[in-house]
Design a protein around this ligand. Structure first.
Ligand code: ITT
Length: 187
């Protein structure tokens, strides 16, 4: 079975591919103009992307809306994570600046994956991973805010572990596992 995924983010795509398993191929959907993201929640944005892109896919398609929520910033950057300051480096710099002198470093990554077929939403899957915002970036792996995200059980940032180790515990890895179960048992 081919499972289509829609994303313009190469970091996400690398991680999506780790969800492939015998009998289920993960195939990027390309060449479709980007979808507008006007929703107020991760669920609304993930659903909008999956509905839009699945109308152009020959089978099941999923899309992910995800981001970083920092408690001391009232949940920002949240759904604005991708474009908080313009690009990954500027986004990280902005979070570090806003967190200067702040003692409460609690944060989480959130991922909502929406699964759709032929322009119709089937289901959404939400997962989160808890961590802390570092005082300086650490590591070269991953993408986005990974260098700032300290994950206590690993004792390092998510940019200091290989993609498959991050995927085992990450918001995206967990949401994809939920989606895979749904596909195996209900479609
Ligand atoms: P698509 O909509 O095309 O999939 P996007 O990057 O615009 O790509 P989002 O709107 O969902 O996707 O924004 C997600 C942003 O949240 C992403 O660009 C990162 O800045 C951040 N993010 C999400 N998951 C992350 C992760 O696993 N590690 C680090 N940063 C992450």
């Amino acid at each position: 079975m081919k499972l289509y995924c829609a994303t313009g983010n190469p970091g996400k795509l690398r991680e999506f591919r780790l969800a492939a398993r015998p009998g289920i191929e993960i195939e990027p959907l390309t060449g479709i103009p980007p979808c507008e993201e006007n929703g107020l929640t991760f669920e609304e944005n993930a659903a909008a992307k999956a509905i839009y892109y699945s109308a152009h896919a020959p089978g099941l398609l999923f899309a992910d809306d995800s981001g970083l929520e920092v408690d001391a910033l009232g949940g920002a950057p949240g759904i604005h994570s991708a474009r908080y300051a313009g690009n990954d480096q500027a986004n990280n710099e902005r979070v570090l600046r806003e967190m200067e002198g702040v003692a409460n470093r609690a944060a989480r990554f959130v991922c909502v994956i929406a699964l759709a077929k032929g322009g119709r939403l089937l289901q959404t899957f939400r997962a989160e991973v808890e961590g802390e915002i570092l005082r300086a970036p650490r590591g070269e792996e991953g993408f986005g805010y990974d260098p700032l995200f300290f994950y206590p059980p690993f004792g390092c940032s998510l940019a200091e572990v290989p993609a498959d180790e991050k995927f085992e515990i990450s918001h995206r890895g967990q949401a994809l596992a939920m989606m895979m179960n749904y596909i195996v048992y209900t479609t």
